[in-house]
Design a protein around this ligand. Structure first.
Ligand SMILES: [Zn+2]
Length: 610
């Protein structure tokens, strides 16, 4: 029965038995020690993360299909009803005769909107969401010709292909769309004609001749992540070969893997996003070099490019370490951190690194970005008006981005759905509590069904309670992240008894026992105030930090403090999570978390009197 003819039989079996399909799809070299729960296993309860998920899901569920498909239909010469989207999304001065097709990056975020909807469907199982995904995928497929002429003279073909690729594979994976993988393959076969032979750095792009408007920042180096995923989800070698081809080894991953910091002057978000391609090269191919590149690159990001908020890349670029570039940026720009895209990329790479290393510091880093950046982003408006940059200037303000439907309107709905798979992770005999937020996770282990339900007002209070339910008593380890900042005796209690050993800041505490319904875990974190200088060259420009939260000074000009007075700030105990501190001039200054700031001016960093 091992003859070639048995293959057809295998395919028939795969079609009718999903569990056999799973067996056949072992297309990865590495099983990571931790894996993700499915989106549906996790429920977010009332709180800021749930609110952002609902807002994004609702926004894109109710965005008109005709508007989203219009640019693709216009270029295909099909009837294209519906209003223009506006902003980055449209064709500019569209004319087939003049061959004058594209606006800024027409249709760039269509794939991300489909991806966000597919992940939202995986969370909610909402039928209207699934139907919308089917219509969008089918509608897009109707505009796709064998040469993908949409991309003729298109400024950033790799950039937009990468997002379409993600949307289509997510529509297949999470919404089981029947057409998505076929359309994905047709698109991929056609797009090759518009791509260079390998991933190109910006320097390489600049050195090549361009016709028309020279844009030297297409992002070929982000393609492999979705190509590896397309391979895992379809089994087609075409994707594997392309993924390998677009790994940016020569100018990025090779030097990073050897510990050379090549981040300076690169575009920030797309190069953090590229770390996820390196992680997929590790998972799919077993390439240790790419794991080293991602780990080293992430360390360099944290140590040399990051603000106290966890955000990075002022003016969307990495700077040269050791010369005080972060501190200097506070007086030079209001475009301090590209927030939805940056946070999306940051969540992805920290999730990959957590899965592989089980190192809690990646969870610490994820929550810093969560509470100090993205949870303070304003929701996308019906007309595409979007929040883009966080402003860490000496005196900053939240503002809307100048153009509608920018990149950050694409990553925001994807990230908000990903909150579900970032909160808990699992291994064969354990569950990891990574984020502290009102939520529950339910899963089955053999014949036992477990549920953990978390209640907390964290980070506005320091207590977390986790209630266990189990269909029968069962051995299991529950790992709880103890953040590195929780110095001086974090308290963990199980059923009212204090756990005496293994509760170390900067690790996952292992709570191993035969768990049964009614068991209860209670955690209390010390959250002392601390000061973090923006960089070593600017020791008197500091952020006030409490636990994972940066407390920003509400003021029309950057205030000055004595360090002791700042460290003696007192909580106001209002709903905004405000604190108050006495400045050098004797006035009281309100210190407020980014997620509670609206239109008021603020200083992320304040001056210390020297
Ligand atoms: Zn963006």
């Amino acid at each position: 029965m091992k003859a070639a003819g048995s293959l057809a039989g295998v395919h028939a079996l795969r079609a009718s038995f999903p569990e056999i399909a799973q067996e056949q799809k072992k297309l990865v070299a590495i099983s990571t020690p931790l894996s993700l729960f499915s989106y549906a296993d996790v429920k977010l309860h009332d709180g800021p993360m749930r609110r952002q998920f609902d807002e994004n899901h609702g926004r894109f569920l109710h965005l008109d299909d005709d508007r989203m498909l219009k640019v693709f239909r216009q270029i295909a010469g099909l009837p294209a009803p519906g209003e223009d989207m506006g902003g980055w999304y449209d064709l500019d001065g569209f004319s087939l005769e003049r061959n004058d097709f594209h606006g800024f990056i027409a249709g760039h975020s269509f794939g991300q909107y489909v991806s966000g909807l597919a992940r939202a469907y995986a969370v909610t199982g909402d039928e209207a969401t699934r139907l919308k995904i089917n219509k969008l995928v089918k509608g897009y497929g109707e505009t796709l010709d064998p040469k993908a002429k949409f991309f003729v003279d298109y400024r950033l073909p790799a950039y937009t292909y990468d997002k379409l690729s993600c949307g289509l594979i997510d529509a297949h994976e999470y919404a089981h769309d029947p057409l998505a993988m076929d359309i994905h393959e047709r698109l991929t076969r056609a797009i090759v004609a518009y791509l260079p032979e390998k991933a190109l750095s910006r320097a390489e792009q600049r050195s090549r001749p361009h016709k028309g408007t020279a844009y030297t920042w297409d992002e070929t180096y982000t393609l492999p992540e979705n190509l590896f995923l397309a391979y895992q989800r379809s089994g087609k070698p075409l994707y594997l070969e392309m993924a390998k081809k677009y790994l940016e080894d020569d100018t990025y991953f090779n030097p990073l893997s050897e510990g050379n910091n090549v981040l300076p002057f690169e575009h920030a978000y797309s190069h953090v996003n590229a770390f996820s391609s390196a992680m997929q090269a590790y998972i799919t191919l077993g390439s240790e070099k790419h794991l080293r590149a991602a780990k080293n690159g992430f360390d360099m990001l944290q140590k040399t490019q990051s603000f106290a908020t966890g955000g990075w890349g002022p003016n969307e670029a990495f700077g040269e370490p050791g010369v005080g570039q972060l501190g200097d940026s506070l007086s030079q720009t209001h475009a301090s951190f590209e927030t939805p895209c940056g946070a999306y990329g940051h969540f992805k790479i920290t999730r990959y690194l957590l899965r592989v290393t089980k190192d809690s510091r990646y969870g610490d880093s994820m929550e810093r970005v969560l509470y100090n950046t993205i949870l303070g982003a304003w929701p996308i408006q019906a007309d595409g008006t979007s929040f883009y940059y966080s402003d860490y200037a000496n005196t900053g303000k939240k503002v809307w981005y100048k153009d509608k439907w920018p990149c950050c309107s694409g990553t925001f709905p994807q990230l908000a759905a990903d909150y579900h798979v970032s909160t808990y992770l699992r291994s064969p005999d354990a569950v990891y509590v990574n984020l502290f937020t009102p939520s529950s996770v339910r899963w089955t282990d053999g014949s036992t069904t477990f549920e953990l339900a978390q209640t907390t007002e964290y980070p506005f209070e320091n207590k977390v309670a986790i209630q266990v339910s189990a269909s029968q008593p069962h051995d299991q380890t529950i790992y709880v992240r103890i953040p590195a900042w929780a110095k001086r005796e974090p308290i963990v209690m199980v059923n009212g008894e204090r756990v005496k050993s293994g509760i170390e800041p900067g690790s996952f505490a292992a709570l191993k026992k035969t768990w049964k319904t009614g068991d209860r875990i209670e955690i209390e974190f010390p959250m002392p105030l601390r000061l973090e200088a923006v960089d070593a060259n600017h020791p008197t420009l500091v952020a006030l930090v409490q636990g994972p939260l940066v407390l920003m000074a509400i003021s029309d000009s950057q205030p000055e403090f004595d360090s002791q007075a700042l460290l003696q700030a007192k909580p106001v105990k209002n709903k905004l999570g405000d604190w108050t501190a006495t400045s050098s001039s004797g006035g009281n200054v309100t210190m407020r978390p980014f997620m509670s700031i609206d239109k008021e001016s603020y200083s992320t960093y304040v001056k210390l009197r020297s």
